[in-house]
Design a protein around this ligand. Structure first.
Ligand SMILES: [Zn+2]
Ligand SMILES: [Zn+2]
Length: 172
């Protein structure tokens, strides 16, 4: 009888200790909560790192780029620079239509026309050299098979620039 009594009282005191607040039980639970939060944070950081490693850190897609157009008529050369969203829905479709003849049924919407002379407005490309960065008519707008990308402002070929950049990347 006496041993049973002590067992009861033992368990009673243990229960009191647990329920009494601030005891080992609650502290342990708090540690678990903190530990769980820490795991979530670490997993999140690792996921972010992997995401950025896989190209997620690249420049965000620009939904409203600056559009540079130039009249393909060399006697005119009118330049038009507008934000993409400044063009009407219909005109946006016409920005990328081919300037050269397409097979019947594949013509697509006609290109935008020059307001000054009525010729086609072609796309401009930007010279990649940091000390130039000038815009000029994309050579493929006059000849879709054109391979050279020589900037008329600095006379350098942007193909050479990108080849050099690629070579530098491979060295790293
Ligand atoms: Zn023109
Ligand atoms: Zn240039």
């Amino acid at each position: 009888m006496s041993t049973r009594n002590s067992q009861w009282s033992d368990s009673g005191t243990k229960q009191l200790n647990f329920g009494g607040g601030g005891g080992g039980g609650q502290a342990g639970r708090m540690e678990w909560v903190f530990g769980g939060a820490l795991v979530v944070i670490i997993v999140g950081v690792i996921a972010l790192l992997i995401y950025s490693q896989m190209g997620g850190s690249g420049p965000p897609v620009n939904t409203n780029p600056e559009i540079h157009l130039q009249c393909v008529n060399p006697q005119c050369g009118e330049v038009l620079v507008k934000m993409y969203k400044e063009f009407s829905e219909e005109d946006r479709q016409r920005l990328y239509a081919p300037t050269y003849p397409m097979p019947p049924g594949m013509e697509g919407p006609p290109r935008l026309k020059c307001e000054k002379c009525g010729a086609v407005m072609g796309r401009q490309v930007q010279c990649p050299y940091e000390d130039c960065k000038q815009w000029y008519l994309d050579p493929t707008e006059l000849n879709y098979a054109a391979m050279d990308r020589v900037c008329p402002h600095c006379n350098r070929d942007s193909n050479a620039y990108w080849q050099q950049k690629q070579a530098e990347q491979q060295k790293k």
